[in-house]
Design a protein around this ligand. Structure first.
Ligand SMILES: NC(=O)c1ccc[n+]([C@@H]2O[C@H](COP(=O)([O-])OP(=O)(O)OC[C@H]3O[C@@H](n4cnc5c(N)ncnc54)[C@H](O)[C@@H]3O)[C@@H](O)[C@H]2O)c1
Length: 342
């Protein structure tokens, strides 16, 4: 990937890992981020080899946006007002800023003849009625949300999912009208170093590291997710940029699913600690009951396979958390709900 690339939201959790990988592949990387939740600290590994532009993609002018986007062969668009389930449920209006951000980004890509735009979409673009049974073995297929057929049934998971779905619709319309190339990549429950505590895995690690007892799990603990390690997400995203131009959406997920309560137990085992009591808080937001992605298309079109299983990914994530987290002996509830708690 020896190309000029722009990563919007490049100071984020996933964005910064993508930047590190692109730098290692000798890409010339520019980052556009407003640092609303992204951190320069996430970019430490690559800071001498990148160009950083602090800009708000919701409100910057057309001229400013054109200046940032011009001369890039690939744009990886990750910037979003985003967080884990607690955040997206309690900030529905904030999350809708993506309607504006994504439109501005697609317009800037189109105006400046960017070669391709690769968009961080989500498993939240799928209908939740396909995800309502505990123990289901149904894997969501790209055709379950077919944005190329606007006459088909489309439904999504709360405002965040609808915003991603509408951005996929916008991508298709920019392709139809202006010939824009690229694709949406549907990530599912990414986790790894640099993620914040609004996301389930980091929240579960946080509570265990702080030895919370009774140890609180949101919901009844039976909700199931397809946890995908950040390096696998990054590899698949780069492969999309290399191989897909025609806006075909691609799922990136492992196809396996785990119950939250079992993930908590895996974390206790790695930390060699366990609470005397578990407490299930059913008043907290939990999202879809059972979610996992079919990854046959990613295998076929990209030759992609996830390299990390959950055990390996948790080991690496916990190692990072123990190195960077300052133990306080209590839980800051705000950190579980706000993507920028300070
Ligand atoms: N983390 C996941 O599990 C997951 C799953 C599916 C999809 N995604 C998507 O992947 C992308 C990256 O996820 P993440 O978890 O790394 O996100 P994040 O919340 O860590 O980062 C979002 C980034 O966008 C920047 N940003 C927000 N609004 C901006 C604006 N108006 N202008 C410029 N920059 C702005 C923030 O500063 C931050 O760096 C997001 O689009 C997210 O919706 C993430």
């Amino acid at each position: 990937m020896k190309k000029n690339v722009l990563v919007t939201g490049g100071a984020s959790f996933i964005g910064s890992h993508l930047v590190d990988k692109l730098v290692s592949l000798e890409a010339s990387v520019t980052i556009a981020d407003d640092l609303s939740t992204g951190k320069m600290d996430n970019l430490k590994q690559s800071q001498d080899k990148i160009k950083f532009i602090k800009t708000d993609l919701e409100y910057n002018s057309k001229a400013e946006a054109r200046n940032i986007f011009k001369d890039n062969e690939v744009v990886f668009h990750l910037a979003a007002d985003h967080g884990g389930r607690g955040y997206i449920t309690t900030h529905p209006a904030d999350v809708c800023s993506s309607f504006a951000v994504d439109h501005h980004v697609l317009e800037a890509c189109s105006d400046t003849n960017v070669g391709k735009v690769i968009f961080s979409s989500s498993a939240c673009v799928y209908p939740t009625d396909l995800q309502k049974d505990v123990g289901s073995d149904y894997k969501l297929k790209e055709s379950d949300s077919d944005t190329s057929n606007l006459g088909s049934y489309l439904s999504a998971d709360i405002e965040y999912g609808w915003a991603k779905l509408m951005s996929e619709v916008q991508m298709n319309s920019f392709q139809k009208q202006f010939g824009l190339k690229g694709c949406p990549v549907r990530f599912v429950t990414a986790y790894g170093p640099r993620e914040n505590e609004t996301h389930a895995i980091i929240a579960l690690i946080y509570k265990a590291v702080e030895k919370m007892d009774p140890y609180e799990i949101w919901g009844n603990g039976q909700q199931e997710r397809d946890f995908t390690y950040v390096e696998d997400i990054v590899d698949g995203t780069i492969l999309c940029a290399e191989k897909i131009s025609d806006m075909t959406p691609v799922n990136l997920g492992t196809g396996r699913r785990y119950k939250m309560v079992d993930v908590a137990k895996m974390i206790f085992k790695i930390l060699n600690w366990e609470p005397k009591n578990l407490k299930f808080d059913e008043s907290k937001p939990t999202g879809a009951v059972s979610r996992s992605l079919d990854n046959a298309r990613a295998k076929k079109l990209l030759g992609w396979e996830p390299k990390y299983d959950l055990e390996q990914g948790l080991q690496k994530t916990i190692e990072w958390y123990l190195k960077t987290h300052k133990i306080e002996g209590s839980i800051n509830e705000k950190a579980l709900l706000e993507n920028n708690p300070n």
